[in-house]
Write a protein that binds this ligand. Sequence first.
Ligand SMILES: Nc1ncnc2c1ncn2[C@@H]1O[C@H](COP(=O)(O)OP(=O)(O)OP(=O)(O)O)[C@@H](O)[C@H]1O
Length: 723
Amino acid sequence: MNSSNTEIQDFAPRIPDNEYLALLTILNQKQSEFYLHVMQTITSMEEPLRVFLTGGAGVGKSVVVKVLYQSLYRYLNSTEGTDPEDCKIIMCAPTGKAAFNINGQTIHSAFQINPNRGFNYMKLNSDKLNSLQVKYRHLQVVIIDEISMVGNREILFISERLKEIKQNQQTFGGIHIIVVKDLYQLKPVMDNWIFENLAEGYGALATNIWRDELSVRSLTQIMRQKDDKEFAEILNRLREGNQAQEDIKELQKCLTNETDVENTMIHLYPTNALANNYNTQIFEQSEKQKTVIQAIDTIPGDYSASVKQYLKEQFPKEANKTAGLLCSLPIAVDSICETVANIDVQDGITNGSACIIKHIQYLQHNNTKPSIIWVQFDKERVGHITRTKYKQYFISPIQPTWTPIFAISRNFFLTKKIMVTRQQFPLKPATAKTIHKAQGDTVDEIAVHMGSYKIEHAHYVALSRVRTKKGLHIIHLNETKIKTSETFKIEMQRLKHESSLQLCYDPFYNITGPYLKITLQNARSLHKHIKNVSSDLNIMSSDIIAIVETRLKETDNPQAYELPEFGSVTNNQSCESQIRPHHGQIIYVRQTLTYVMKDVYQTNTIEAITITLRNTLPIQMCLVYKSPSCLNDFFFDFVSNHLTYVIDVKQPLVILGDFNFTRSRSEFINLMIRTFRCSQHIDKPTRGQSLLDMVFSNLNVYYSNVIYCSWSDHSTIQCVFQV
Ligand SMILES: Nc1ncnc2c1ncn2[C@@H]1O[C@H](COP(=O)(O)OP(=O)(O)OP(=O)(O)O)[C@@H](O)[C@H]1O
C-alpha cells in the first residue's frame, strides 16, 4: 500500500517566493484563464465570485488550486496592517482525509454543522455565532474541494451559515466561492446530487444554488506524463461513457487472477458485504500476531443487568450507526487498516486514513486487552504531531515511523432516549474497502473487483484511484456493466451550454484583426521575472510589450532577456555597484513589425524610449518612466520641451508608461491631452488604489483593461488600437 503524497507545502500559508514564482509559470492556457479570472474578480471587488473548476483525471485541477491559494494568501495579506493570522480564506473539504490533503478543515468544522442533525439548518446560539463572527470577520474566499461528495442540502447549509455569520442576505453571505473537482463520482452519502432540486419542504430556502449561481470551467488537457497520460485519456473517456473498444482492450491487459493479487495493496469492492467478507478471510489466514478486540459499551441509567443485556443485544451491527467504532475489531500485524474517526484532522488521523498494523502492545502483564496499537500510516506526515506528543512510548521494538493509536470513547443513540458510550480503538480492517469509501484516494497499486455489478460511475471511480496503469489489477471486467448516469450527462450538457464561465477579461490571443495589441507592465525587476513574462500567454500575444523598472544593467547578458519572436530596444542605466539600478526600460516589438529608433532619454528620475513602427501607419511609440522622486515641474518641462520635440502630434502616437502621479494627476493628464491632442485610455487603479500607469493615444481604442498581475504590485495594462 503506497499512497502518493500531495505536496502539502503548497498549501502551507506561504511557500517561499522563488517557489511561488516558479509555480506561476507552469500553468497552461485553460488553467491560467481560470486562475486570472478568479484573481481579477476578487481583486476588482465588484461581484462575488461563484465558480466551479472541473475536469477528468490528471488535468491539473489541484495545481490550479495550489497556485490560487498562494496568490490569494499573498493578495489578502498585502494591505498594510493586516494580520496574517486572521482567517481570510477557508480551504475545506467534505471529509477529514480530503481536508488534510489540502491542509484545510472539514466543512462540518468550518461551518459548525452538527453531525447528529444532518443538513437541516439550525441557527447558531449567540455565543457560537459571536465567536464565528470574530473568527471570520476578515473572511473573503471559501474554497471547497471534492465537491462531488457535497450534496444539495449541504451546499445550501453552507450558504445559510455564511449569511448568518456575515449578516448579509446574499447567497453565501456575499463571500467568494470556488468549488473544485470532478463531478463524475458516486452519489454523496445521505444527500442528493449537488445539482438536483431540493425536495419539497424546504420552503423559502428551496433555491437551486448550484444552477442559479455557479459558472463552470472544465480543464481538458491531461497534464500527467507519458504512460500516465495515455491511462488518463482512457479514464477520461470512461468517465463520460465514451470508452472505445481499444480502451477496453488496454484495460483488459490489467486483468489478473484473484489468487495472484497480493494483500499488500488495497482491494476495492462495490458493496460493504463483499469488502467485509474479504477482510475476514485475510484475518483468518494471517499467521502474524493477531487479536479480536471487544468494545466496552456503557449504558448510563438505572437499568437492571438483564435489561442492559437485552439492550446490548439490540446494538446495531453497522459501524456507521455506532459512531464508526466496531463491536469486535479483528486486527492482525502487517494487515491494512484505516482509522474510523477524525481524531486529529490537522495531524491527518482522520476517518479513512490508511495504515498498516505494526505492533499490538499490552502495557500490563496478563492483560487480554491491548493498550496501544502501533500503526504505520501510508504518508509519513500523517501522525507526526501524535508521534511527537507520545515520544516517551518509543521504546524498542517501536520504530520511529510508527504512530500509537489508543482506544477512544464515542456516544451513539440506541433509541431517541437511550445513549450508549462505546470505548474501542478507532480502527477497522481495510485491505478491502468499498469503491465509495475510496473516492478521493490516489494510490500506486490497487486491485479492483467489480464482479457483475452495474453501478453508475463506479468503474471510473474505482479505476481512477490509481495513477498508473502499471499499478492497476482488475479482477473481471465486463464492459456492458460500465454505466454513466443519464441525469448526470444532462447536467454536464447544461453546465457546458448554460453555465459556462465567461472570462472577465479578453485574452489577447482571442483578439484578431487589424489591431495593434500593446501590453504595459512595471516589472519590478525583469531580472527576477523574465520567466513570468515569457510564460504568460496573454502577454506574449501582444505586438508590443513595454516594460518599465526592468532593473537591468548595461552589463547584463542581453540574451537572457530575449523573448521568442520579439526584437527589443532597451534603456538600461549604467551601474557600477553590485546592487541593481532602480529603473531601466525595454520595449519588445514583435518580429513581424518593423521599427526605427527615434530617441532614448535618461536622467536620474525620467527615462523614455521612442520608436516608430513602420508597417502600416507610421506609429510613434514612446515608453516613459517618471520616478516618484521626480518633481512635477521638472517632468512638465520634459513633456513640453523634450517630448514635443521628439513626437510629431500630427502623426499617430502612443505614449505610455508609469507616470507615478499621485498628486497633480489631472493637471498632468490635461497637459498631455492638450499637447498631443489625444485621449487617456486607462480608467482603473493600476497599483493599489492609484492610477499610476497610463496610455495616451490619438488612435481609436478597440479594447483596454487593467488586469491583475501575480508577480508585480503593478497590474498589467492592455490596450488594443485599430490601425
Ligand atoms: N501546468 C502544468 N504543467 C506541468 N505539470 C502539471 C501542470 N498541471 C498539472 N501538472 C501535473 O499533472 C499531474 C496531474 O495534476 P493534478 O493532480 O493537479 O490533476 P487533477 O486534475 O487534480 O487530477 P486528479 O483529479 O486525477 O487528482 C500532476 O503530476 C501535476 O503536477
